[in-house]
Design a protein around this ligand. Structure first.
Ligand SMILES: [Zn+2]
Length: 272
């Protein structure tokens, strides 16, 4: 297996899909897999994830608060819990804040979410990332304009729009703000022409790829629980759509991971 990097996985959720995370990850790394960024969604989930997965030298962590109605309501206290978790983590383990952002698909008025409060939870995490000097993994669903407005107020912003679900016009706006753009398994879905078109528009030095596992398994696993190894299908599709050599694409993404997250994936020694 090539040293693929999955820049966004939720390893502790793999068991929900009956995938034994630790043995699967161990198998992948033994086969030559490159690296995984394990992404947090709750203020307090970091210590448990580090406990389970930091033993794998190819895993790094982000920590952030996904905008659920409960987290939005509790944002003032939760941001302190999040910060403490990051500050107390082993040196070098945490490479980003996130995922955090805006989700206007789920967070509607009917769901009882106040968009101003949802925005405040994002702002608190953008402040935290600035204080800690970390890049940010942004979740943005049906909220392109609102997300862009929030990031536009932060000229020093460094981060990625993960699981990109918009088209070329939105990609252009985020790229102009210096964002990286990451594509997940939905890139392989035939009903996603806008996302595929956006992929072709991303400059090589801003492109990232991910699974968002256990969600969004790529074709031919669509509908099944995802796991990081499936990112190989997303790399293959991205190379085909961008008409470049798969190894060249892998090299570009690895370089971008190093540049944005400071995470260098070491090639496996021969025979190891
Ligand atoms: Zn995610």
């Amino acid at each position: 297996m090539k040293p693929y990097i999955d820049t966004h996985a939720h390893l502790s959720m793999l068991s929900q899909g009956d995938i034994p995370a630790e043995s699967r990850i161990s198998e992948l790394f033994s086969a030559g897999f490159g690296g995984i960024i394990d992404v947090g969604t709750k203020a307090e989930d970091l210590p448990g994830r580090i406990g389970a997965f930091a033993k794998f030298t190819g895993v790094r962590f982000s920590a952030g608060i996904w905008p659920s109605p409960e987290s939005i309501a509790g944002r003032g206290d939760l941001i302190r819990v999040l910060e403490r978790g990051i500050v107390e983590a082993p040196q070098g383990a945490v490479v980003a804040v996130g995922e955090c952002g805006l989700d206007r698909h789920w967070n509607t008025a009917e769901a009882g979410v106040d968009p101003v409060e949802e925005g405040e939870l994002l702002e608190l995490q953008l402040d935290l990332a600035e204080r800690l000097g970390l890049p940010v993994i942004i979740h943005s669903r049906e909220a392109a304009a609102e997300t862009a407005a929030a990031l536009a107020r932060r000229p020093a912003f460094r981060g990625v729009i993960h699981c990109f679900s918009y088209g070329v016009p939105e990609a252009r706006i985020f790229l102009n703000m210096g964002c990286y753009i990451s594509f997940a398994g939905n890139l392989t879905y035939k009903n996603a022409p806008g996302i595929r078109e956006a992929l072709g528009y991303i400059p090589p030095d801003r492109l990232l790829l991910e699974t968002d596992s256990p969600y969004l398994a790529p074709v031919p696993y669509r509908g099944k629980p995802g796991e990081p190894g499936m990112v190989a299908e997303t790399y293959a599709m991205a190379a085909e759509l961008r008409k470049i050599d798969p190894d060249e694409l892998l090299g570009q993404v690895s370089e971008n991971v190093r540049e944005l997250f400071g995470f260098t994936v070491k090639p496996k020694a021969a025979g190891a």
